[in-house]
Design a protein around this ligand. Structure first.
Ligand SMILES: N[C@@H](CCC(=O)N[C@@H](CS)C(=O)NCC(=O)O)C(=O)O
Length: 220
């Protein structure tokens, strides 16, 4: 059994979607970010970075793994699914996974911060993060022009990137004019396991999204 410590946020949904895709049994432990559950001494022993998501795998000597992409990688390795076992295909998935971790996550997170939460309006910062996020979307749109998924078969790279890009409106970054990206998003939306993962833990809606994406200001 796996314990998942999470909240209704893009990084949290990644892991819930993965667990649903893999049909692995797991318990959901809701972490209230507004109440700072992620800053308690108990939580910090699991993740010294004080961020969700975290898993504890009780079938692997209570192994603790934090950071959403590290968790996706761990679960893919554990099950032998959604990541090729070797060769060029494996590196292909890993590079698009890292594209999310080092590009989409930080840039889109900052775009949301400067669009919606920063105490002052800083037009240069808003422009910078908007343009960079859009540029990254354009890279994905080109990548998807001749393939169904980002890297070979459906993989952890698709889950990771989509979990953020599906919230593009909250960042006020458009996807109009990026037809391959929109087609890919529709494919992900049509997967029942991904749909289930997006409701774990249940969200009270826009307010949760606001809190979680706002908090990305201090993260990624
Ligand atoms: N690189 C980390 C980032 C995790 C992260 O930023 N989590 C946010 C929610 S999406 C969080 O826990 N924020 C709480 C806070 O800022 O205090 C990952 O991918 O897991």
């Amino acid at each position: 059994m796996i314990d998942l410590y999470t909240s209704p946020t893009p990084n949290g949904w990644k892991v819930a979607m993965m667990l649903e895709e893999l049909s692995l049994p797991y318990n959901v432990n809701y972490i209230d970010l507004a109440a700072k559950d992620q800053a308690t001494p108990e939580f910090l022993t699991m993740n010294p970075n004080g961020r969700i998501p975290v898993i504890v795998d009780h079938d692997a000597d209570d192994l603790v793994v934090f950071d959403s992409n590290a968790i996706l990688f761990y679960l893919a390795e554990k099950t032998g699914k959604l990541l090729p076992k070797e060769g060029a295909a494996r590196h292909d998935v890993m590079q698009w996974l890292m594209f999310q971790a080092s590009g989409i996550g930080p840039m889109q997170g900052q775009a949301v911060t400067f669009e919606r939460y920063f105490p002052e309006d800083v037009p240069a910062a808003r422009k910078r993060y908007h343009n960079e996020t859009l540029r990254l979307y354009t890279v994905l749109n080109t990548r998807l022009s001749d393939r169904e998924w980002l890297a070979g078969e459906f993989s952890i790279a698709d889950i990771s990137n989509w979990s953020w890009i599906r919230s593009h409106r909250w960042a006020r970054v458009p996807t109009e004019g990026l037809p391959n990206l929109e087609r890919w998003m529709d494919q992900l939306r049509a997967r029942p396991a991904c749909e289930r993962g997006l409701n774990i833990p249940p969200s009270s809606g826009r307010a949760d999204m606001a809190k979680s994406l706002g908090s990305a200001m201090t993260t990624t």
